[in-house]
Write a protein of this length. Structure first.
Length: 256
């Protein structure tokens, strides 16, 4: 009994107990020390990965400006062999024509300042597929666009040099200026606004002034779209004058 009583009063093994505040400060110090030793390797990124992310970011911003979603995208990078496995923690990536869409062949300048200083160049080949308006059949010059002539299909846009049309609605009623083959992309440079006035047609010629408005009949001497200035001949007087197309077979005298 005395033996067990003696064990019960033995003091516990000594432990290094730090005050709570000092213990927390010690852990923080150790953590900072570890991070300072590892910060270079942890923050360093392969150059190829950094360039890939840069191109993807530019593409995302471009799509946001267009207000559409990509159907597909393809990015092929070409870097000097010496950069294939190189890391950089402070890498500046830029391209000369930053205002141009990030499509087709893009040339980038690379400048690293840590852990070592170096400069180089790289090339990215970017393809992007977007939903565009295309012709469902061959469209001939002079035809007026209707809904059955158009559809929306994914198209690769890196080689397109004209405006992109994502909806057929704004194009309906416009006239074909040049033959468009079936399946080809339809853009506004191939179209013109429908003529509201046809050459040789009889139109209503409006005169407006301070406190008065009169109209008479005239003959259109040329075709005209909305807002276009054309020549017309007053049937009553035979006088030729300039007029602005305001509606179908309606013009307003340009002379005030």
């Amino acid at each position: 009994m005395n033996y067990f009583a003696f064990l019960a009063i033995l003091p516990p093994k000594a432990e290094a107990i730090l005050p709570q505040r000092k213990h927390g400060a010690f852990l923080a110090f150790m953590l900072l020390a570890v991070l300072s030793l590892c910060s270079g390797p942890l923050l360093a990124m392969p150059v190829e990965t950094a360039l890939q992310q840069q191109v993807e970011t530019e593409l995302a911003q471009y799509l946001q400006q267009l207000g559409v979603k990509a159907q597909q995208q393809d990015i092929q990078l070409s870097l000097p062999g010496s950069l294939a496995e190189r890391n950089c923690s402070e890498l500046d990536i830029s391209r000369p024509q930053q205002s141009e869409p990030p499509l087709g062949r893009l040339s980038y300048s690379l400048a690293c300042t840590a852990p070592k200083r170096w400069q180089s160049r790289a090339v990215a080949q970017v393809k992007l597929w977007l939903p565009l308006v295309v012709a469902t059949r061959t469209l001939e010059r002079g035809e007026v666009l209707s809904a059955d002539m158009l559809s929306i299909q994914p198209q690769e846009v890196s080689t397109l040099r004209h405006g992109l049309e994502f909806s057929a609605a704004p194009l309906l009623g416009m006239t074909i200026k040049r033959r468009i083959s079936a399946g080809d992309v339809v853009s506004r440079h191939l179209l013109q606004a429908a003529y509201l006035v046809q050459k040789g047609a009889q139109v209503t010629l409006h005169y407006r002034g301070d406190g008065f408005a009169v109209s008479t009949s005239a003959i259109a001497l040329s075709d005209g779209v909305l807002g276009e200035r054309i020549s017309v001949q007053n049937i009553s007087s035979g006088k030729v004058l300039d007029a602005i197309v305001t509606a179908e077979n309606n013009v307003e005298s340009a002379q005030k």
